[in-house]
Design a binder for this molecule. Structure first.
Ligand code: ZN
Length: 243
């Protein structure tokens, strides 16, 4: 089975379209949440995601915020403004769809969490010290997470120590090599590793590989829409730096 693995689209329809045009054949889709928030096309992105083949989708902290289900004082001022804007613009059926989702889930013998296995809404998984408690929080071989917008792999060895590294375009991970993994495909709509190209991945459960992919998209078009919508300007500018 081949899975398209997406996360953190953040209302960036141009980035999502570029990913969908770039992705080779797949049977099913995993979307790890934060489909809305920051970007100017939340409805279009949710509509596109929910019509993808065999989609399993999570809700992220920005989706929860846009639904009024998260305390906005936990957000920085730009994220807060964008959450209020998104809340005001979401269609009723899109709200209902997002509201039906959970921030973590077991599917296809894998664990899926928006942020981390032990805290699926808020924890940013960045350091190797976060590996052991998070590997202990799920029982499957493999977990996929999003939230940091950085393509990254946590791997635990037989001694219970975790190794973490960031992954570039084309990097391939073997899923069953005797070690468990927590994999972040990076962010589609707001990458934060210094590479502004949309980030996603493809999981092939037959060859047992996960491949990280990057694809360029017309950033200037998204930036223009962000500014025109009256969303905070830094949310437009950061897309060009990928930070
Ligand atoms: Zn996000």
């Amino acid at each position: 089975m081949r899975f398209l693995v997406l996360s953190d689209i953040h209302g960036n329809f141009e980035a999502l379209q570029a990913v969908l045009a770039d992705a080779p054949m797949y049977d099913s889709t995993i979307c790890l949440g934060d489909t809305v928030g920051y970007g100017p096309n939340p409805n279009e992105c949710v509509d596109a995601v929910r019509s993808l083949p065999g989609v399993t989708c999570l809700i992220g902290n920005h989706d929860l915020a846009a639904l009024g289900q998260l305390n906005l004082s936990d957000f920085n001022p730009f994220a807060r403004k964008a959450a209020v804007w998104t809340d005001a613009h979401l269609k009723a059926d899109v709200r209902a769809y997002l509201g039906s989702l959970t921030p973590s889930k077991q599917a296809y013998s894998m664990h899926l969490a928006h942020a981390s296995p032990r805290d699926p809404v808020w924890e940013y998984m960045e350091e190797s010290s976060q590996g052991p408690p998070n590997f202990a929080a799920f029982s499957e071989q493999t977990c996929f997470v999003g939230h940091t917008h950085v393509p990254r792999v946590f791997e635990n060895d037989s001694a219970g120590q975790a190794r973490v590294y960031t992954a570039k375009h084309g990097h391939s991970v073997t899923i069953r090599s005797g070690s468990r993994k927590i994999i972040n495909p990076g962010g589609v709509g707001q990458p934060r590793d210094g590479d502004p190209r949309a980030s996603y991945g493809l999981l092939d459960t037959t060859s047992q590989t996960f491949v990280f992919r990057r694809v360029p998209y017309p950033i200037d078009r998204t930036q223009e829409k962000i500014l025109k919508a009256g969303l905070p300007a830094p949310l437009a500018y950061r897309l060009a730096s990928g930070l």
